[in-house]
Structures are given as C-alpha cells and as structure tokens.
Design a protein around this ligand. Structure first.
Ligand code: NAD
Length: 482
C-alpha cells in the first residue's frame, strides 16, 4: 500500500509518450523517512531501450535543425514550467530522497536557473575563422552536436544532476536518453515533463529507469549513441568509461570526491565553521563536493573542533516534510550501514568520536551528524568517500603538510581553504590538485562556473561554457576559392 497518496506511479518517457514498460514491469520506491512504499517506477526492458534509441535518433535529426534561437526559447519555457511547479516537485523530491523541503525547493529553483543559463549559452556555440596561408583559401572551424546522448544520474540530487546533462545536450542540439535514479524517480520525471510541455520535438528527450548495468551495457554499446555522461561513484564510472572506450564514445564523468578543507591559523574560524558545517551536513552529507577531511593548523585546532561540534549538535534530524527538521534521513538503507561501518572502523583505528556516531531509531534512515578527530590515515573513512554526515577533523603542522595530505588520495574533485593571507591563498589555489578550489567561502556549483574533477573524480565539466563543449564536435572546413 502506498504511504503517500500524492506520490505518482512513475512512467517511462519515450518518443514523446509517457508509457509503461513493454512487459509492464515496475520497481517499488521506498520512503527513506519511514520505509513505507511511496509508489512504483516503470522498469524498462531491452525492447523499450531499443525504441528509446530509435526515438533519440529521430529526435536528433529534428532537434539539430532547430535554430539555436528557437531551442533557447523552448528551454526557457521549460525553466518557467519548473518554477511554476516547484512546490509540487520539491515535495516529491523530499518524499523520495529525504532532504528537507527547503533544500528540495532550492534544488528545483537552481535547476530552472541552470536551464536558463544553458538556453542562453546555446546561442553562443560560436566557431571561428583561422587565417589561411593563401588568400584563395578560407579555413572555418565550426561546432556540431555530437549526436544522441546516453546520460546516467544518481539519487542524491535527483534534479540537479539530471538538469545539467539534459540542458547541456539540448542546448548543443543533441537528443538525450536519461537513465534516471530508480530510488528517486518522480522529481526527475517532473523535470522531463517541464521540458516536454515546453514543446520539445518527440524523441529529443527520453527517460528510462530499470537495471542500471543492463541499461548502460545496452546504450553505451549502441552504435546510434554518440556520447556518454555519468554522475555517480568512481568504481562504476571506471567501468562505464572503459566500456565507452571500447566503442570510442566521448564521455563526461562526474565521480566521487573526498574534499579536503585546509584551515590555517590566520583564518576567520567562525566563517570557516559556519560555511563548512553547512556544506558538510546539507543533504545529510550525500554530496560529491562535501567537505570531508578537515586539516586544521595546530594553533586553531582546538577552537575549530569545539565550534564545529557545537554546530553539529544544533542540527535537528527529522522528516524533511516537517518544519524544523534541518537534516533529513539518508537516502537509502545502504548509506546507514556504510556510516556505521566507517565509524566503527575509525574508532578501531584509534579515532575519537566527538559528536553523533549512531543511527536514530529504526524507522527510516536517520543518522546523527557525526564529528570525529585524530583519525589515522589508515582508517577507511580517510580513504573512501563517506558520502554521509561524517566530518573528519585532524591537526596539521603547516600549509605544506596540509597540502601533502590533501593531495594524498587519487580523488580530485573539490577542495577548500581558509586563510587571511594572500600568499597562502595563492599556494592553496595552485597547490591543491583538484578540479575546483573554493577559498574562504563555499562557492561551487553555479550554472556559469565549471563543475568537475580530475584523476579518480572523473573528467569533463558540467558547468560554465566548457559544459556545452562536451556535447559539441569540432569540425574544420578548408575551402579553396578557384
Ligand atoms: P553505486 O556505486 O552502486 O551507484 C552509484 C550510482 O551509479 C547510482 O545512481 C546507480 O544507479 C548508478 N549505477 C550503478 N551501476 C551502474 C551501471 N552499471 N550503469 C549505470 N549506472 C550505474 O552506489 P550507491 O550505493 O548508489 O551510491 C554509493 C556511492 O556512489 C557513494 O558512496 C558515492 O561515492 C557515489 N555517488 C556519487 C554521486 C555523485 O554525485 N558523484 C552520487 C551518488 C552516489
């Protein structure tokens, strides 16, 4: 029986139609706040996927010929639809993912801003003319859409992860098949509806759910699919990138992180605590750029730890739909188990537990905001992405040793630094080996700024002008005028 009447049974969207799977198969969607069943999501089989690829191919043939001016208008209408429907969509997101309603609202509204930004950028996919060696020759560099895209997005930001890929692909003139997150399917389906209702041609945007590995094996290998974009764990990203490599498909990989936060003794400690605790516990820490390894200089270590613990203790975990809850449940049962294992392992290695450390009750996936200190680098949490409400705070002797520890892992997504010194800021900016560095504030994930990592955190960017490039091929034309 459904635990919430307002939650829909989510369908596939293929070739302009909302429809069940050919074989009628569905999966249940669980409410992370009480483990009740919210509804179902259609589970695509191979015949649905084949139909989706053919639709994306046809959709691409049409959409690529729509002028950037008109594409931009349709996308702006989609952004308007999303804003108009934000309250309903945010409620669905809180029900299925758990985050507090205010966070869900902010995600939906930010999604509309991302669509608007890509809509504007689509009109600026300029080429260039390269001066030739002869007056009789013209050399032209132009940009063309890569073709139908297969995109895979996770459950932690059901709209935000999907909207970047959909908007980038459509702005460039590509069609797209989105494999949305089976555990949080309703809010991304509403995102797709906002686009469809804005007047996209059939097949330009398709939505499927099902068994992730079956869908990725099929779509990545399919000759009509020309580009792969994935957001999720490093382990899965490496598998998908390897498969894409075998079929010579372009990829964008937005993978895991283990963000270091370097706090130097000349930093504004209150500012560092306020901005980093908010970033740590937002979405219950299930964020790829969440601050994780705090590396604090000795002179301010005690003060920083004390203030951080105080903030953690003011957070009120609860059902995201209830006023006053400032942190929702973890999005799925796997994360509760993962948190328990990370914390037990760190304690076994000799770490101190300063706040939290346990799940709350057993109905729903609630977990205490947790702070640990003096954690040996051999503990699992210091090496694997915790992806939960766990802050790891260690002391460092100076900036050089902080940078060494920050760059120790193969991850390279986001990093943070706090200092009042211009010289130290410059050393942080150049010394941190990550795709993004944020100094003296949390300033990541705006539509107009690059978003992406290096090394094990993936490649490519999902924000800024570079994000459109990911969906464009460069064509060179040289012409002799006889
Ligand atoms: P997971 O590794 O099983 O899955 C991560 C995501 O990839 C999910 O959305 C899943 O549906 C998808 N996926 C898994 N196998 C796939 C396949 N073969 N083809 C296509 N998609 C596939 O782990 P999980 O338990 O869902 O999440 C745990 C870990 O994933 C976290 O610890 C975190 O490191 C990572 N994660 C990262 C992000 C991010 O924003 N970068 C988001 C969600 C999860």
């Amino acid at each position: 029986m459904k635990s919430r009447s307002e939650y829909p049974d989510v369908l596939l969207h293929i070739n302009g139609r909302w429809r069940s799977a050919d074989d009628g198969r569905t999966l249940d969607v669980e409410n992370p706040a009480d483990h009740g069943t919210l509804g179902t999501v259609a589970h695509a089989g191979l015949s649905d996927l084949e139909t989706a690829v053919n639709a994306a191919h046809q959709g691409f043939c049409v959409w690529r010929t729509v002028s950037p001016f008109e594409r931009s208008r349709i996308m702006r209408r989609a952004a308007g639809n999303l804003r108009d429907r934000s309250e309903k969509i945010a409620t669905l997101m809180t029900l299925e993912e758990g985050k507090p309603l205010d966070e869900a609202r902010a995600e939906v509204m930010a999604g509309a801003d991302i669509i608007d930004w890509f809509a504007e950028e689509s009109r600026r996919s300029y080429g260039r003319i390269v001066p030739a060696r002869s007056v009789a020759v013209t050399q032209l560099v132009s940009k063309e859409p890569v073709g139908p895209v297969a995109a895979f997005t996770p459950w932690n930001f059901p709209i935000n992860q999907a909207v970047r890929k959909i908007s980038g692909a459509l702005a460039a003139g590509c069609s797209i098949i989105l494999k949305g997150p089976e555990e949080t399917p309703a809010s991304p389906a509403e995102l797709v509806r906002a686009f469809v209702d804005a007047g996209l041609p059939d097949g330009a945007l398709n939505l499927v759910y099902g068994t992730p590995s079956m869908i990725s094996d099929f779509l990545i290998a399919h000759p009509l699919i020309r580009k792969i974009s994935f957001t999720g764990s490093t382990a899965v990203g490496k598998e998908l990138a390897a498969l894409a490599g075998r079929h010579m498909k372009r990829t964008t990989m937005e993978l895991g992180g283990h963000a270091p936060v370097i706090v130097l003794e000349d930093a504004d400690i209150d500012l560092a605590v306020a901005s980093m605790s908010a970033a740590k516990f937002r979405n219950a820490g299930q964020i790829c750029v969440a601050p994780t390894r705090f590396l604090v200089e000795k002179a301010v270590y005690g003060q920083f730890l004390e203030k951080f613990v105080q903030v953690a203790e003011t957070i009120r975990p609860g059902n995201g739909l209830e006023k006053g809850s400032t942190m929702g449940p973890l999005a799925n049962r796997r994360r509760v188990e993962a948190m328990e294992n990370f914390i037990a392992d760190a304690i076994e290695h000799g770490a101190e537990l300063n706040a939290g450390g346990s799940r709350i009750g057993n109905a729903g996936n609630f977990f205490e905001p947790t702070v640990m200190s003096n954690i040996p680098i051999t503990a699992r949490a210091m090496n694997e992405e915790p992806f939960g409400p766990l802050a790891l705070i260690n002391v460092v002797s100076d900036l050089a040793s902080a940078l060494e520890e920050a760059n120790r892992l193969d991850y390279g997504l986001a990093a943070y630094g706090f200092t009042r010194s211009a010289a130290s800021s410059a050393k942080l900016a150049t010394g941190l080996r990550t795709g993004m560095v944020s100094i003296n504030h949390y300033g990541l994930a705006l539509p107009e700024t690059p978003f992406g990592g290096v090394q094990d955190s993936g490649n490519g960017t999902e924000g800024g002008a570079e994000a459109l490039e990911a969906y464009l091929n460069t064509k060179f034309v040289t012409q002799m005028h006889s």
